[in-house]
Design a protein around this ligand. Structure first.
Ligand code: SF4
Length: 581
């Protein structure tokens, strides 16, 4: 696409938006904020929108957005070497002081490389110079395991934007050279400078040590930056409205951050502690201000009902005329008033995550609900007018047997009976849609040392489950194959030696099998190895606040099928995470 065509397209996109920020560049720190996927996907990300607002809230910063071009334009743009331009002012990305990526999904890693190439920058930090923008990579995945992206970043931002963005800006403004800046950031909480470390490997290929280089001042481990209390913070909320996203012009708002349940497989649960509720009054105030742009509120939180004033918030939104879409609801928090409010707001479907079918296996993973409680919640859902249920299950869990698969079927059958009974009374039957994913042991969880289950075993379980669920009318299951999860696991569990494979996959349009073969990477080493004897794990360079001894104790309890009950969740779990204010 020629530059004038791009400019015309950008103006069309902006014309359909409400709320974007346009500032003169003169005298300001210029930040190009990249989402490594298309506009449609990126603008659906509340995290991305929040970083944009946080940068632009600073008077001396101008932040503009840049996205991956749509598939049909991408090749032409790479071939033509037309520079990648920002949306707001259509300025080449390479002219900015900072190119910041917000990365939410492992599958977008190749897109980070593509966008660096489109911007005319060498993808690897070692090949760039001080005339290039400072490349900062942040986002949810990077504070769980930054290593697969480490060689592409000058700086990895580990933690929450509310703290990192002002600190990054201060650092840039007070440093006169790039090296001085990197040294200043290395001394701050939450900034990991990959080039400041040598990684030493043992003979068996595991990491022996991350060694900070002399004269860099880099710490042995980088402490994640997390906000202690959200009392004085604005809840992240949609600031740019456009119909051209996955959620249309939905008003997204974060209600509560974190979840105190401590499920042993859940990186989000462990990594967003402690649980922090945003002030209800401010949530309602922002919703009121956004009402003229949107009629639907999307509540983004992993444990919505952990907010002590959730009922007041739902009632307030309803009174403003919003229809409400919650994210997945935690089963133990579903109450009759909440289900009634959701139904009243127009919700026809509720998503819950039993994770597995047996109480025993739920104790193994520390999902602290029982089948009786799940069925009571199901009854509540269908009895209060909700037609459809979405369910999340996992397979490949530690100690799982065939009995646990049969238990998934049995539980689903009981839920279906409830749906049929209420549906018949109402005169129409809804549907149950199940989604089954193989467990990928995640960094920063009690399962971080576990190998992924043998694919032949997982696939056989998937087949068995299909067979068990066959013939159940109004029940639809999507059982993901191990093949899909394999390369996601590689990107999730890998270290910086995976970088060459990411580059190869970027060149060959995402053919991961060929990329692994081309680069000679032993992918099984990362995915199917028991890591319990490793001296250092790739993600140990970031200290997320949870102690390895705690994860070990949790893993032992998992094998004994014992719960760690979260009685007074917020207060109890606050102690796990040393945070800064
Ligand atoms: S309840 Fe959900 S969000 Fe909370 S720890 Fe468990 S899986 Fe994670």
């Amino acid at each position: 696409m020629k530059n004038w065509q791009y400019r015309e397209r950008a103006r069309d996109v902006l014309a359909r938006e409400v709320g974007y920020v346009r500032k003169p560049h003169g005298g300001r720190l210029r930040v190009a904020l990249a989402f490594p996927n298309t506009y449609y996907v990126g603008m659906s990300s509340l995290g991305y929108q929040t970083v944009y607002r946080l940068f632009n809230d600073l008077d001396d910063v101008v932040c503009e957005r840049v996205f991956l071009p749509a598939k049909q334009e991408l090749k032409a743009q790479l071939d033509s070497r037309a520079p990648l331009l920002t949306l707001e002012s259509q300025t080449p990305v390479a002219d900015f002081d900072i190119l910041a990526f917000s990365v939410s999904f492992e599958w977008d890693y190749t897109n980070v490389v593509t966008m660096l190439r489109l911007a005319g920058l060498p993808p690897r930090a070692a090949d760039r110079n001080t005339n290039h923008p400072l490349v900062v990579i942040g986002g949810a995945v990077t504070f769980v395991n930054p290593e697969p992206l480490a060689l592409f970043a000058d700086v990895i931002a580990a933690g929450e934007g509310e703290l990192l963005i002002p600190a990054l800006t201060r650092g840039v403004q007070s440093s006169s050279t790039r090296h001085e800046l990197l040294r200043a950031l290395a001394a701050e909480r939450g900034f990991y400078i990959p080039s400041f470390y040598d990684v030493r490997y043992a003979d068996d290929g595991t990491i022996a040590a991350f060694e900070p280089k002399a004269e860099t001042g880099a710490p042995p481990v980088v402490k994640k930056a997390a906000v202690k209390s959200v009392d004085r913070l604005d809840p992240p909320a949609t600031s740019i409205f456009t119909p051209d996203t996955e959620f249309g012009s939905r008003f997204l708002i974060e209600v509560v951050r974190g979840c105190a349940n401590l499920c042993r497989f859940c990186w989000a649960g462990y990594n967003y502690l402690p649980v922090r509720a945003f002030p209800a009054d401010r949530i309602l105030e922002l919703a009121r201000a956004a009402r003229s742009h949107s009629a639907r509120a999307g509540l983004v939180s992993i444990a919505l009902c952990d907010h002590p004033e959730i009922e007041r918030i739902l009632t307030g939104l309803l009174d403003m005329g919003y229809s409400i879409s919650p994210a997945s609801l935690r089963l133990d928090d579903l109450t009759e008033p909440i289900v009634k409010l959701l139904h009243k707001s127009g919700e026809r479907s509720i998503t819950i995550a039993p994770e597995t079918g047996s109480d025993r296996l739920r104790r193994v993973i520390n999902k602290t609900v029982t089948n009786d409680e799940i069925l009571a919640a199901t009854e509540l859902i269908f009895a209060n007018g909700i037609d459809n249920l979405k369910l999340y299950y996992m397979i490949g869990l530690p100690t799982e047997t065939d009995d646990d698969l049969v238990a998934i079927r049995d539980l689903t059958v009981q839920m279906r009976e409830m749906m049929l009974a209420h549906g018949r009374r109402r005169g129409h039957i809804g549907r149950i849609v199940g989604s089954v994913n193989p467990l990928i042991p995640k960094p920063g969880t009690a399962y971080q040392w576990l190998p992924m289950e043998d694919p032949a075993v997982t696939d056989a379980k998937g087949r068995r489950l299909r067979q068990l669920l066959a013939g159940l009318d109004n029940v639809y299951f999507n059982i993901k194959s191990e093949r899909h999860s394999y390369y996601q696991a590689l990107l999730s569990l890998g270290d910086r030696r995976v970088a060459a494979t990411i580059e190869a996959a970027e060149r060959n349009s995402g053919q991961w099998r060929a990329a692994v073969a081309e680069t000679g990477l032993d992918a099984d080493f990362y995915i199917f190895r028991d890591r319990s004897r490793d001296a250092v794990l790739p993600w140990d360079i970031i200290d997320g606040g949870m102690k390895a001894s705690f994860f070990h104790a949790e893993f032992e309890k998992a094998l004994r099928a014992e719960w760690t009950l979260p009685p007074k969740r917020q207060q109890e779990n606050a102690k796990f995470l040393p945070v800064v204010s």
